[in-house]
Design a protein around this ligand. Structure first.
Ligand code: AMP
Length: 215
């Protein structure tokens, strides 16, 4: 299955992508995780991306499209993938179509995680992330010792989950990413999902929406 997950930062895309990817046996491709790893490793990509990320702005489309095409050409994507945090602009959406045209395959669904702005803000202000495997924790699930129970990595707050940068990222989402909803709706593959509630409740809704369990 080839899926795109849409929704504002903090809408639960990453958490659900991780679970669904395990169940479907396809890779979760989080462009945010790829960029954070590049920044941490000090690669050329990381150097290019860092100042945009620190400001809560988007990394230029050309950089993102090149990165995603290379990733989608990898052998583990042959049976499908879950894109989490990409596309984020109309140009990236169109670029993704072109990439799929070149490498073969079509998107099955674009899932929109619908979450009220205030809830998103609360989630972002309370979340922490494993700096190794990218697993996301809420205030309730954060490990006491700051060590990831999954991989033993260090769990920390993200630099861009701070007040002014959260506001900027939400603004950027409304302006740049919201038009993708109409884009996928027009192609007949948009699924709107209520993203409020517990991780399990949202996951159940997601599985039903994808027809993995009877509706
Ligand atoms: P995320 O982890 O998805 O919230 O992404 C963190 C940051 O990485 C964003 O605020 C952007 O600066 C950058 N980023 C991630 N994905 C993209 C993308 N598809 N296009 C442009 N910038 C991105």
């Amino acid at each position: 299955m080839r899926l795109v997950l849409l929704g504002p930062p903090g809408s639960g895309k990453g958490t659900q992508a991780t679970r669904l990817a395990d169940e479907l046996g396809v890779p979760q491709i989080s462009t945010g995780d790829i960029l954070r790893a590049a920044v941490a490793a000090g690669t050329e990509l990381g150097e290019k991306a860092r100042r945009f990320m620190d400001a809560g702005s988007l990394v230029p489309d050309g950089v993102m499209l090149e990165l995603v095409e290379e990733r989608l050409r990898a052998a583990d994507c042959a049976r499908g993938f879950i894109l989490d945090g990409f596309p984020r602009t109309l140009a990236q959406g169109e670029g993704l179509e072109a990439i799929l045209g070149r490498i073969g395959g079509r998107l099955d669904r674009a899932i929109l995680f619908d979450v009220p702005r205030e809830m998103v803000r609360q989630r972002l202000s309370a979340r922490s992330v494993c700096t190794e495997c990218g697993r996301v924790f809420s205030a309730l699930t954060a490990p006491a010792g700051g060590t990831c129970p999954q991989c033993g990595g260090r769990v920390a707050r993200r630099d861009d989950d701070a007040g002014p940068t959260i506001d900027r990222r939400l603004e950027v989402y409304e302006k740049e990413s919201a038009p993708l909803v109409a884009y996928y709706d027009a192609r007949g593959i948009l699924v709107r999902l209520d993203g409020a509630g517990t991780i399990d409740a949202v996951h159940d809704r997601l599985r039903r929406a994808l027809g993995l369990v009877p509706a």
